[in-house]
Design a protein around this ligand. Structure first.
Ligand code: ADP
Ligand code: ASP
Ligand code: MG
Length: 405
């Protein structure tokens, strides 16, 4: 008997109609004789009654005065509601199930409330229920400290719950059900002709997720990769198999490896570019700037260090703090708000000439200035103005032929 972990995201559980589709996938795998662990997210998206953002909104009205521990207690309720509703639906179908909180499922974490890390999963209770023939429903996005405190794993963390459970239980596969047909060549909300990829390597999707592709949490991919558990990202609303994510070598062995220069695009919005120039010759500017950012918890990206100064980016939320710190150091930074970082990602671009030339040509033909760029052996990043984002993504998508099957 195979064990499968199925994870259902917020939009898959938002109303009765979508929950019927969820049921369909559970019933299919149950009738095929698989043992099932189901991980659920909170229902719906911002504005809907039990969504994580709606729970957060309840306390934002009070000026965010809730301590981190209590905030996690509040946020954990969304997944609990989803799990209970799913349990009642399975009962009506005659499928016996049990609902467990993250802690009850044995998911232990450290005590970083709001962004806890899973330290261990004690699987005895899940195994016991599976051996009793029950479908085990686990609330995603949450765990418990060794002191019994409820923690949450960071936004989008139900994916992490799913792959961590898959790894701990040596699942045959972890199926991440969502509202799109798999991992697409770009975010379909920005590129209308983005196309589903039939397979990608862990490295490729990890790269896309770390660069803003919200379809799966990067930590979830890291956990699956380490354990070598295959993941399928697929739609709740269709029967398509979606995108298979596994090791590149496993894809090669199965004859389904795609040798492509560029796999997809990802982007991050709400970025501010900061430039600090040193007019007084080389000094300790670089050290002063980055020490100040680090000691105030400001994460920096897109760093260019030159003898004459530094350029880097921070997120929109950190802009004012960063400028204030630079002023305190006696610098007058050049500030460009409203930027977006676009990533062109592909495991096959390593050593392949001409990729940057295609990017520059596509953007300049569309009249889009590149404000900064950087590259690694699998990714090229460009910083552009956020108002050019839709045009830039579409131009790059076409230039690399990502719309073609
Ligand atoms: P869930 O609630 O199921 O976890 P999310 O909203 O977290 O769903 O993730 C799914 C969304 O990710 C899609 O609706 C899509 O807009 C977005 N997305 C961003 N980049 C990609 C991509 N490359 N492929 C597929 N979806 C993407
Ligand atoms: N409900 C949580 C969130 O909205 C976790 C998740 O959806 O994965 O961030
Ligand atoms: Mg998600």
């Amino acid at each position: 008997m195979d064990l499968i972990v199925q994870k259902f995201g917020g939009t898959s559980l938002s109303d009765d109609q979508s929950r019927r589709h969820v049921l369909r996938h559970i019933i299919r795998e149950h009738e095929a004789g698989n043992s099932l662990v189901i991980v659920v997210s909170a229902m719906g998206r911002s504005g809907e009654p039990y969504a994580t953002d709606s729970l957060l909104h309840l306390v934002q009205l009070n000026g965010n005065s809730l301590p981190a521990r209590e905030r996690d207690l509040l946020l954990s309720c969304g997944e609990l509601i989803s799990a209970s509703v799913l349990c009642s639906l399975l009962n009506t179908e005659g499928i016996p199930s049990v609902t467990l909180t993250g802690g009850q499922a044995g998911i232990l974490t450290d005590d970083r409330f709001g962004s806890a890390r899973i330290t261990e999963i004690k699987t005895e209770r899940i195994h016991k229920h599976l051996s009793e023939g029950l479908v085990v429903i686990v609330t995603g996005f949450q765990g418990m400290t060794s002191e019994g405190e409820i923690t949450t794993l960071g936004r989008g963390g139900s994916d992490t719950s799913a792959t961590a459970l898959g790894a701990a239980l040596s699942a045959k596969v972890v199926d991440i059900y969502t509202d799109v047909d798999g991992i697409l060549t770009a975010d379909p909300r920005w590129v209308s002709n983005a196309r589903p990829l039939s397979s990608v390597s862990y490295e490729e999707i990890c790269n896309m997720a770390q660069n803003g592709a919200k379809v799966i949490h990067p930590r979830a991919v890291e956990i699956a990769m380490k354990a070598g558990i295959p993941v399928r990202v697929r739609s709740t609303f269709s029967d398509s198999e979606g995108t298979l994510v596994t090791h590149a070598q496993a894809l090669r062995n199965q004859g389904i490896w795609h040798d492509r220069t560029v796999t997809g695009l990802a982007h991050v919005r709400h970025v501010t570019q900061l430039g600090v120039v040193n007019h007084n010759g080389p000094a300790d500017l670089q050290l002063k700037v980055f020490r100040a950012m680090a000691s105030h918890g400001i994460s920096v990206d897109f760093i260019n260090v030159m003898p004459t100064g530094v350029h880097y980016t921070v997120s929109e939320n950190d802009t004012h703090k960063a400028i204030h710190l630079l002023h305190e150091l006696g610098f007058e930074p050049h500030v460009r708000e409203g930027c977006a970082k676009v990533s062109v990602i592909g495991g096959g671009m390593n050593g392949e000439p001409g990729v940057m030339a295609i990017i520059v040509e596509a953007l300049s033909d569309s009249g889009i200035p590149i404000l900064q760029s950087a590259d690694s052996n699998t990714t090229i990043w460009v910083l552009i103005s956020e108002e050019d984002l839709a045009k830039a993504l579409q131009a790059l998508h076409t230039a690399f032929g990502l719309h073609l099957a």
